[in-house]
Design a protein around this ligand. Structure first.
Ligand code: SAH
Length: 369
């Protein structure tokens, strides 16, 4: 299964920021030290500052000789993301941050605190090229891919804010990461996989967040799902299915025209087999569009057949986006939908929808300046 991947997986390095420490793996860091004429042990020392102490400003790295700091800053810490604003809701337990990249590109991430965990929803692209008609991000199209470091630095910032007690609820620890912000992670494949490694490797190579607590969510780029399975990571795969039939999915998730439902589910099963992880199926429930009892039955049947017990369905009540004629399904319809999927032997629950008042809920990220 190593057919050449279509171009969609790695769009060109258009407008990428200069290289940052977080773009590099351990070998790359050591090579960078060599190029700077610094001893190799400095590589891990600096990485420990960044991943362990969440420090991104070399001037504050007190274990570095002062004379070295400016050089390190210039070579490895170009400015990446500046917070334009933070907006909180749900009593402060949800916080959206609008970031401006160094070239002016806007992107967002959302931090959600729960009693037992803190989850950061991160962006992998500025905008998105997948054009799903119900998603605010999809409406504006793709601006560009984010670099590995731009993805990773969203995590560092949130982890530091939590640690420093800047988020309601007192000091805490970032435990979960979901690639459910702006963008299609598997369309920025190489940088996203590198970011996953930085997020999950222990210090000095990364933040040490458990792979099991990382979710990569995709529209269903089947060959890229298979490729991800071969990386031997144990991150959770989420597939945005939204309907079990090709006819409707061709319009709800336009990339379905290229990789239809059966191919997506086969790839998902390959991922489940390789990773030993249950696959999540995302289903944004839209009134009178994909909420019919027969669709629930068809969904349950297809999933049970391809994935057996290695699947879980997350129903997301649709968050209406500006100008859209669509709305969430009524609660009784939603309950019946969930009941039928469960009845088919497929666990199905409704996702709690944080962040609605601040346009931080699923599919609302549009990065208005
Ligand atoms: N591109 C990836 C990840 C980003 S979106 C993907 O599609 O999976 C994260 C989830 O939010 C996806 O399941 C997406 O379909 C869903 N979503 C998008 N717009 C939404 C909306 N308006 N209401 C509810 N869910 C939405």
């Amino acid at each position: 299964m190593t057919a050449p991947l279509p171009l969609v997986f790695d769009a060109p390095r258009r407008g990428m920021p200069p290289r940052h420490l977080a773009d590099l793996d351990a070998d790359g860091r050591r090579a960078a030290m060599e190029a700077l004429g610094l001893p190799k042990f400095r590589a891990d020392q600096i990485a420990r500052q960044y991943y362990g102490r969440l420090q991104a400003d070399p001037e504050q790295m007190t274990d570095l000789p002062e004379a070295m700091r400016a050089k390190v800053a210039e070579a490895l810490f170009p400015p990446l993301l500046t917070a334009v604003r933070h907006i909180a809701c749900d009593d402060g337990s949800t916080r959206k941050t609008l970031w401006k990249a160094n070239d002016g590109t806007l992107l967002e991430s959302v931090l959600m605190r729960y009693p037992d965990r803190a989850t950061l929803c991160i962006s992998s692209q500025a905008g998105c090229g997948m054009a799903c008609p119900f998603c605010a991000t999809g409406q504006a199209g793709l601006t560009r891919n984010l670099s590995t470091a731009e993805i990773v630095d969203q995590v560092r910032s949130a982890a530091a804010a939590l640690r420093d007690g800047e988020v309601a609820g007192g000091p805490g620890r970032l435990s979960n990461i979901v690639f459910m912000g702006m963008g299609e992670p598997l369309a920025n494949y190489r940088r996203v996989v590198s970011a996953v490694r930085r997020i999950t490797s222990p210090s000095p190579d990364g933040f040490g967040i458990s792979q099991r607590n990382v979710v990569v969510s995709t529209v269903g780029l089947a060959p890229a799902i298979r490729k991800l399975a071969d990386e031997d990571l144990s991150v959770t795969l989420a597939v945005s299915l939204h309907t079990p039939d090709d006819e409707l999915r061709d319009t709800l998730v336009p990339v379905n025209n290229r990789w239809p439902v059966a191919e997506v589910l086969d790839a998902a099963r390959y991922y489940a087999d390789k990773s030993g992880r249950r696959v999540s199926i995302e289903y944004a429930l839209i009134r009178d569009i994909n909420d019919q009892p027969w669709r629930a039955d068809m969904l349950g049947k297809k999933l049970h057949k391809t994935l057996g017990s290695r699947v879980h369905v997350n129903v997301i009540p649709l968050n209406p986006t500006p100008g859209s004629k669509w709305d969430a399904a009524p609660k009784p319809v939603e309950r019946e939908f969930v009941r039928r999927v469960n009845e088919a032997g497929v666990p199905c629950t409704v996702r709690d929808t944080r962040g609605q008042e601040i346009a931080a809920a699923c599919g609302q990220l549009a990065a208005e300046g």
